[in-house]
Every structure is written in structure tokens, then in C-alpha cells.
Design a protein. Structure first.
Length: 197
């Protein structure tokens, strides 16, 4: 069984760091390192969104993919209604009922691609600052704390690790969208000399 989430499956346990130094191996999740990763990814997202117009932000590679505007709207909703909220459920609100989320459905239901790009950036980064401040108080939390419901179970460490990994997922997506923009604005010149993409 898994939680009702469509874009990321929970990690099976908190032993998820492979191929790194001995400091990062094993089942001892390093809160400080993951916290720094979340700070770093925040600035990566900020840079990848920089200098994009409203029109450029709405462009999709194809009808089935997301635009930059849809990505930032998704990140905003996930920040408020998923990762911070559900990590709080696991650690502090065991008696409350886990609520469903619908990331794919929200894209159309909440009309992501019709939102104001600049406004959505401000809203996301404001929520991320709230998250980073809130997370400072969790450094000594028990990451093995488990939450069980009709949807299955998840540990606090699983949720925090997934939060960091979720940023990586959408950074990769934003890089692809940024690349598409470069391909368009450099015409009629060729960019093959840069190397294979």
C-alpha cells in the first residue's frame, strides 16, 4: 500500500544514500546535510526561473508536459499542502487523518497555467522560507517515527528525504525547460558545438 501521491513514491526506509562517503552511508540520516540540500535547491529553483517572461513561462514542450508556470504552481501547493503538512502529521499530529492530495489533478483544476508567474514565484519562496524556519526546530526529531493510516505507513525520515528528492525532480524538469528556451532564442545559430544533450 502507498500514500495517495502521484508524483513520488515514499522511500522504503531512511537508508537511501548510496555511493557517497562513509559519513553518509548507513541508516543515520544527516539532518544538517539534507537541510542544506533543501536550502541549495531553493536557490537553484530561483535561478532557473530568473528572467523568464509570463509568456515564456507558459510554454510547454508538448500538450502532455508542464510549463515553468505549472511547475512553480505545483511546488507552491506541495510546499503548503503536502511535505511540510504531512511531516508535521507524522511527527506531531498522529491522531489526525491524513488528507488526500491530487498533484496531477490540481494542474487543471487550479488552472496553473493561467496564474501570474511573478506572483507564484513570490508565493512559493515565501512558503519555502516558512518551511526552512520550521525545519530548524526538527533537528533532534525521531526520524523513525511512523504514521499509519488506511493508505499505508510512512516514517518521518521517508517524508523529509522525499521532500529533498522532490526538489531535485523538478530542478531537472526546469533545466529541460530552460534548455528548450535556449534552443529557441539562439536561432538561427547552431548549438551542437556545446555538446550532446
Amino acid at each position: 500500500m502507498s500514500f495517495p501521491k502521484t508524483d513520488l513514491s515514499p522511500f522504503p526506509n531512511s537508508c537511501y544514500l548510496y555511493g557517497f562517503s562513509d559519513e553518509l552511508k548507513g541508516c543515520n540520516m544527516k539532518f544538517e546535510i539534507l537541510y542544506q540540500e533543501l536550502q541549495n535547491s531553493t536557490e537553484m529553483i530561483r535561478a532557473l526561473l530568473a528572467d523568464m517572461s509570463q509568456e515564456e513561462a507558459r510554454v510547454k514542450p508538448n500538450p502532455g508536459s508542464w510549463s515553468m508556470l505549472e511547475v512553480i504552481c505545483h511546488l507552491y501547493d506541495e510546499e503548503r499542502e503536502d511535505f511540510r503538512e504531512h511531516l508535521d502529521f507524522i511527527l506531531h499530529r498522529q491522531n489526525e487523518e491524513w488528507h488526500r492530495i491530487d498533484p496531477q489533478g490540481w494542474v487543471t483544476e487550479r488552472k496553473y497555467n493561467e496564474q501570474d508567474f511573478a506572483v507564484m514565484q513570490r508565493k512559493f519562496f515565501a512558503e519555502r522560507e516558512k518551511s526552512l524556519e520550521w525545519l530548524k526546530g526538527l533537528s533532534n526529531s525521531n526520524w523513525e517515527t511512523n504514521y499509519s493510516s488506511q493508505f499505508g505507513s510512512m516514517k518521518a525520515g521517508d517524508m523529509f528525504a522525499s521532500w529533498v528528492a522532490h526538489d531535485n525532480l523538478h530542478i531537472r524538469q526546469l533545466v529541460e525547460l530552460r534548455r528548450m528556451r535556449i534552443e529557441n532564442i539562439t536561432k538561427p545559430y547552431e548549438i551542437e558545438y556545446a555538446g550532446e544533450w
